[in-house]
Write a protein of this length. Structure first.
Length: 276
């Protein structure tokens, strides 16, 4: 997924956006699970059930190497990705064609291969940006939706040239941070370590964490009194500090812990989102 703890698929050339597919009226309940604090959605590909990591903090999608091998897929090229700590690695690209999830169909061209076997596919901003979607972890529900979405009221920005990510404004204590990434693939929320002197915090712990493609790194965790996105706030939150060298354009991630207990709407065409 990524540049930070979980931004891992961020290094390939830009691709044209897929054509939006009308979303049929269908039930999308019971298709979401949380695996080690990462959001996995049940979908289908060529009639096969697939487990798909939902990762708005990734620029593009990916496919498990073991899944590609099991289905005798041939690579169509190579691409690069940046994992945690700024490590860049090369991997094969695959063209999976269309796949179905959340009551609609998405495009699976140029998916970068990764080693993790916890899910079959990973989808990012490129696959989602012609849609709105609703995610409700409490109801185990993910559904593609039409834009404009009435519950998406807070603005976000897509930034990053070839590697577009959804940037939002968050408030940590009384400090406003305008370059936070809204990241459904982040198992934890993070903060760039050079910003820590601007906020009130307590040191919490230090331990090794794993990103979406299986890389591990040691992280220092801090506890902050409050983090808010729009009118939605959470108190006494634990954030992981991230490296200043590889993440200078990102203040941090608003990850899965902020989404537990509430529903999230992201409307990519309208550049708006909302919690409810």
């Amino acid at each position: 997924m990524r540049r930070l703890v979980v931004l891992a698929l961020a290094g390939c050339a830009a691709k044209p956006a897929p054509v939006a597919v009308p979303v049929p009226v269908t039930s999308c309940t019971g298709n979401v699970s949380v695996d080690r604090d990462q959001i996995v959605v049940a979908g289908r590909w060529r009639g096969h059930p697939v487990r798909i990591l939902l990762d708005t903090g990734a620029a593009m999608g990916g496919v498990s190497k073991s899944f590609a091998l099991a289905h005798h897929l041939a690579p169509v090229g190579t691409g690069s990705a940046m994992g945690i700590g700024g490590k860049v690695f090369e991997s094969d690209l695959y063209d999976l064609g269309p796949f179905q999830l959340g009551g609609g169909e998405l495009d699976g061209t140029e998916f970068l291969a990764f080693d993790t076997d916890r899910y079959d596919l990973m989808i990012g901003t490129h696959e989602l940006k012609t849609h709105a979607f609703e995610l409700d972890i409490v109801k185990s529900s993910f559904c593609l939706a039409a834009s404009p979405h009435p519950r998406a009221t807070e603005p976000f920005r897509l930034e990053g040239d070839d590697n577009e990510l959804p940037y939002i404004t968050a408030r940590v204590g009384d400090v406003e941070l305008r370059h936070m990434v809204l990241d459904t693939g982040a198992a934890l929320s993070t903060l760039r370590e050079d910003l820590i002197t601007r906020i009130t915090y307590q040191l919490d712990s230090e331990h090794s964490v794993e990103d979406s493609v299986g890389e591990r790194t040691n992280r220092v965790f801090v506890r902050v009194p409050e983090i808010c996105v729009g009118a939605t706030c959470m108190h006494e939150q634990v954030l992981a500090l991230t490296d200043t060298v590889t993440t200078a354009s990102i203040d941090g991630l608003v990850g899965v812990p902020f989404m537990v207990g509430r529903a999230l709407v992201i409307d990519y065409p309208a550049r708006k989102f909302g919690f409810y």
